[in-house]
Design a binder for this molecule. Structure first.
Ligand code: NAD
Length: 385
């Protein structure tokens, strides 16, 4: 069995972003080789996450400068993002393609993968179950993103996070407000707390109040009526009336904060807009807003993905490239997720990727197979239902 890993820094990405992450690390290459999987890796694939070609070769990979010849012979292509079209065109029918395929917003790509008869596994569709935790790339990457974006906000704040009492005076701790306490939000809360800030948080799913408090944050209680969550634990969309009530209730918390971090997402849909331009203009001079949903549409009116803008002396950081500053950690975690997935589904004698749709993880995450898009949620989204 052969697996191919691409050098994704070679690809043209939206907004000029350079992907620094890689789908394997030296450690996971060695483990794949021990499982009798031959690893082929495009030259330079690990450089931006601080793994040299020599490191990968020493771990047992075959480093190749031109992937054209090997591409049609591989069984699995493991990527961070969707593979480039020139690679898709070379793969043989039945090849398993794994990566962040962003399928709800990428119908053209998903159709191409189906038309090429590839078995595409979208890591975003892996269910949030106990068995799937070790392969849950959405969670491993969101945790790091929560940390990285709070560090970015701390560097942009013209003050400090902890309280400082000195003979020259006392500086009060920074006030940080986190909106959305999922995986990224909880890590953002933990990071801001560790740095000494006072942390307030809100989420439409009241079940997370306890988790916020266990990290030392305060939960903002707002009564907007029934909110709840889907059977998979994702937030439900609010009514217009609920959104207005919420915006009003959060305005005070936002305008009295030094840093606001928004992480609100709705699975398979555009994220909700939570902070208006009008609210931004009433924030404290020098305060910082981080919009962690900027790439998928934005929680903050006017934020720009991958850019930092200043509006009325308020710095607005649009997420997009969170992994740039933590590429080594992000690669290590993602590589572990990919290894754990392969360890679960690659069976020996004869060695093969065992594809069974009786398995809840594969049933949810494999979105194309045998020439068809095979996920009902996606098919309804594509029909606009
Ligand atoms: P997400 O990225 O989909 O959303 C981030 C957060 O934003 C969520 O907590 C959501 O409730 C919140 N949100 C949405 N709209 C909002 C609004 N208008 N205002 C404030 N907050 C809003 O979430 P996620 O981090 O991917 O987590 C989704 C679910 O999956 C959670 O229930 C989480 O506990 C669960 N999960 C389970 C596992 C597991 O069991 N293995 C692993 C990871 C996550």
């Amino acid at each position: 069995m052969k697996i191919l890993i691409l050098n994704e820094a070679l690809e043209q990405r939206p907004l000029g972003h350079v992907e620094k992450r890689c789908a394997v690390s030296s450690q996971t290459i060695a483990k794949l080789v021990r499982k009798n999987i031959e690893v082929y890796i495009e030259e330079g694939a690990g450089l931006l996450s601080h793994y040299t070609d020599e490191d990968f070769a020493k771990a047992g990979a075959n480093v190749v400068s031109d992937i054209a010849e090997i591409a049609e012979h591989i069984d699995i292509l493991a990527c961070v993002n969707a593979p480039r079209e020139s690679v898709i065109a070379k793969l043989s029918p039945g090849t398993v393609v794994i990566g962040h395929l962003d399928p709800f917003f990428n119908e053209v790509l998903v159709t191409k993968l189906a038309d090429a008869n590839l078995t595409a596994l979208s890591v975003e569709m892996i269910p949030r179950t106990s068995r799937a935790q070790k392969m849950d790339a959405l969670s491993s990457q969101a945790s790091l993103a929560g940390y990285a974006m709070v560090m970015k906000a701390a560097n942009s704040l013209p003050s400090i996070f902890p309280m400082m009492m000195t003979p020259s005076g006392t500086i009060k701790p920074a006030k940080v407000f986190i909106i959305g306490a999922g995986v990224a939000g909880l890590q953002a809360i933990a990071t801001a707390k560790r740095l000494g800030a006072n942390v307030l948080a809100y989420d439409t799913r009241p079940v997370v109040a306890e988790q916020v408090e266990s990290l030392g944050g305060k939960f903002l209680n707002v009564d907007i009526g029934e909110t709840g969550q889907t059977k998979d634990g994702y937030a439900k969309e609010l009514s217009d009336e609920q959104k207005a009530l919420l915006a009003q209730a959060q305005k005070e918390a936002i305008t009295s904060s030094d840093i606001v971090v928004t992480t609100a997402q709705l699975f398979g849909r555009k994220p909700p807009v939570l902070i208006s331009k009008e609210t931004l203009t009433s924030m404290k001079p020098g305060s910082v807003v981080v919009d962690m949903a900027a790439v998928s549409g934005g929680n903050v009116e006017g934020s720009e993905p991958g850019k930092t803008i200043v509006l009325n002396d308020v710095t607005i950081i649009g997420d997009g490239f969170w992994s740039e500053g933590v590429s080594k950690a992000a690669t290590d975690m993602y590589a572990n997720n990919i290894y754990n997935l392969l360890d679960e589904f690659v069976k020996n004698e004869p060695i093969k990727f065992e594809l069974s749709f009786e398995d809840d993880i594969l049933d949810a995450a494999v979105i194309t197979h045998d020439g068809l898009v095979r996920n009902d949620m996606l098919l309804s989204a594509y029909k606009g239902a």
